[in-house]
Write a protein that binds this ligand. Sequence first.
Ligand SMILES: *Cc1c(COP(=O)(O)O)cnc(C)c1O
Length: 409
Amino acid sequence: MPNFALSDQVFADAAARFPTPFHLYDEAGIRERARRLKAAFAWCPDFREYFAVKALPNPAILRVLGEEGCGLDCSSATELMLAERCGFRDEGIMFSANAMPPSEFDLARSLGAYINLDDLSDIDLLAAHGGIPACVCLRYNPGGDFSIGNTIMGNPGEAKYGMPADQLLRGLLRLKELGAERFGLHAFLSSNTMAASYYPELAGILLRLGRDLAEKTGLGFAFINLSGGIGIPYEPGQAEVDIQAVGKAIREIYARECPRGDVAIKSELGRWMTGPCGWLVTRAVHEKKIHRDYIGVDACAVDLMRPAMYGAYHHITVCGKADQPLDHVYDVTGCLCENNDKFAIQRALPEIRVGDLLVIHDTGAHGYAMGYNYNGRLRSAEILRTADGDFRMIRRAETPEDYFATLRF
Ligand SMILES: *Cc1c(COP(=O)(O)O)cnc(C)c1O
């Protein structure tokens, strides 16, 4: 099920204080998920989550996750700068980029971050830009389809990321020449997956591969990085991934593949950490009846792009109408001059009147962050519902001045 942890009254109270549209994030919920993840891996001597900054790049959220013991997974200079401004450095940062400007290696190295290399050519680039650290992580791409049992979970053969096993071996030998002593292995093979077996399967693959590479190179095998990819239930009727069971299944594989217990585990979850703890709060501003019934709202795809980009489902509720029958069928739209700017298509909802408050669920990851300025539309504010139940604006809405700031007349 989508996350119904906050009552309609909370959204109504927030909308009484701040103009719509805005994303509302639940600090208590985010802390609870961080603790649940940590508990699931409490058996692992050196487990750490590196929150994928791209999912929700707001300092207030990053600090909350830092307080819960998480590090940050960054993939650009700006994300590294954001991490630094929030007090993260050294082993608190993982830098996983691809096809990036070499200066980003200099910055990541100056912060002491773990470096996750995407390609063989990155090795000499890193040597020239910041130098080779004692411990380097490499990104693995097995190619082909990635299946668990009979189910295809992903298609690494078409993915631009990572290196095949033979290149990992060549890369590690080169890194050893350049002074590296230990290595980590990273892979991201399936996105938004609801299969509880994904992380355990991946852990087994990386542990076996790493052991083999350590034997062949004489380098120490420091950690596996399971990256992101665990999904959340966007749709009613979908069950949540049982993270405790995921941790338990990995524990069994770990005991078998790594009896010495000397390889750490890292994760870089984005969606699972914050996705269910965000809601886009928007007001119905227009009603139109032509070949279909349309409800226009004051948010649009610049605030939440996933439905337009992927046809993604986001659950929608209407504040104060939880008990009313879903006896109307609407397309819920934004104002962009793009017909894919629809938060819902032919969705059964209660009768909606102009002025009603709509809550679009599960926008806490890859929501605001994917925004853009098409049609000169300006992105919304972000509001944090603090653990004590208060509201705090953690990003103001954009103004025309922001839009004009980069233009030269
Ligand atoms: C996007 C990304 C993540 C987070 O993915 P989720 O699907 O949000 O869990 C983690 N690591 C890397 C390298 C990524 O690119």
